[in-house]
Design a binder for this molecule. Structure first.
Ligand SMILES: *[C@@H]1O[C@H](CO)[C@@H](O)[C@H](O)[C@H]1NC(C)=O
Ligand SMILES: *[C@@H]1O[C@H](CO)[C@@H](O)[C@H](O)[C@H]1NC(C)=O
Ligand SMILES: *[C@@H]1O[C@H](CO)[C@@H](O)[C@H](O)[C@H]1NC(C)=O
Ligand SMILES: *[C@@H]1O[C@H](CO)[C@@H](O)[C@H](O)[C@H]1NC(C)=O
Length: 327
């Protein structure tokens, strides 16, 4: 069924790109979603009337949020002929994180954004300028990049003004987090959410009135995750805990040293005589070495048509194969 759909599709594409009536057109999706610290691609491709013969300069530009007024944050240019000098675009990186992922010579201006941040959210406009024909074109609607992040707490601190009795919790996340407070004696605490005009939209500032001798917990939560922080901050480990940790550490270290020594002994007494494996199998068994110490070896079993029995070999026997555990 699917096979039947392809020939007409290919036919249409060939006809339109081969025809001399190609229009200026820019193709970019309306929305792209990404997650904080991940990578996103903003696709953008174009067609233009002289695309079959064009060999001039191609200038690639990307703008954010304001399509006509702002300076592009990304711009590079190259010539549309193979082997031509002056290809800035293949090595160009803006702000350390923005790269071209498409080939402008193939009319692909797609942008790759690494290590996404919440404030990368916004509308992106791709633009191309072909200087030989003095033509330029820019995506009209742009592509909305929406970066999501699980809720996390940026700070939980006492406000020194006027008198340290206000505790403020600053949380970020996208979707915007919901902040909830608990106190050790009263449970849920009513809070005041403040809006600081300088804050980006995904920041929540929430504060409560506090009393000493109480422990307060701030919880920030959105659909992608949650985090809690406690005030006053939990003290470091007690001295007894530290001593116990040191003791456990020493015991573990002694164990590791003992194991290493044991393995070294086993390795030194290794004696392997490799013969044919044909018709032979192995069986784990115990054997004594010359010192009379017990160690693990593999007995060699002959499965050939005339197997009388098998012998547990010792290191002294010439014709048997001994497999010691090799570490
Ligand atoms: C991006 O996220 C929005 C809202 O969360 C959703 O409606 C849309 O379908 C998503 N778009 C893509 C391309 O995943
Ligand atoms: C660059 O040249 C190739 C053919 O050599 C052509 O297919 C392509 O459309 C040209 N690119 C642009 C942006 O015109
Ligand atoms: C965006 O956020 C990052 C930290 O996540 C910060 O370093 C950067 O300055 C912010 N950029 C803008 C334009 O606010
Ligand atoms: C607020 O607390 C800080 C440190 O906890 C202290 O240095 C400062 O004197 C306090 N200010 C008031 C007004 O109590």
């Amino acid at each position: 069924m699917i096979w039947c759909l392809f020939p007409p599709l290919l036919f249409t594409v060939t006809v339109s790109s081969g025809s001399p009536t190609v229009q200026w057109e820019m193709l970019a999706p309306r929305q792209v979603n990404g997650t904080e610290r991940n990578t996103a691609i903003l696709p953008c491709s174009f067609s233009h009337p002289t695309q079959d013969t064009y060999t001039g300069q191609i200038r690639v530009l990307w703008k954010k949020d304001h399509p006509w007024t702002t300076e592009p944050f990304f711009q590079c240019s190259l010539t549309n002929s193979t082997g031509a000098a002056g290809d800035e675009c293949s090595r160009y990186v803006a702000a350390g994180r923005f790269f071209l992922s498409g080939d402008p010579r193939h009319r692909d201006l797609s942008l790759l954004v690494k290590d996404l941040r919440l404030n990368d959210s916004g509308v992106y406009f791709c633009r191309v300028e072909l200087d030989q024909v003095l033509e330029s074109y820019q995506s009209k609607a742009g592509t909305k990049l929406s970066v999501t992040a699980p809720a996390h707490i940026v700070s939980l601190s006492q406000m020194p003004f006027p008198d340290n009795s206000t505790l403020e919790c600053v949380a970020v996340g996208s979707p915007p987090p919901k902040v909830t407070w608990f106190s050790s004696s009263k449970g849920l605490v009513q809070a005041v959410d403040k809006n600081n005009p300088q804050d980006p939209p995904y920041t929540i500032r929430s504060s409560i009135h506090i009393f000493s001798q109480e422990v307060y917990t701030c919880q920030a939560e959105n659909t992608l995750g949650s985090q809690v922080r406690v005030f006053p901050p939990r003290k470091g480990p007690k001295p007894l805990t530290v001593w116990l940790s040191v003791l456990v550490g020493l015991v573990l270290l002694a164990g590791v040293v003992a194991a290493l020594l044991w393995m070294k002994r086993g390795g030194a007494s290794l004696k392997v005589d490799i013969r044919s494996f044909k018709n032979r199998g192995r069986q784990k068994t115990g054997a004594s070495d010359t010192n009379g110490d017990q160690e693990l070896v593999y007995a060699d079993i002959d499965h050939s048509p005339n197997p009388n029995a098998y012998t547990v070999p010792s290191h002294g026997m010439q014709n048997d194969i001994i497999y010691s555990d090799v570490n």
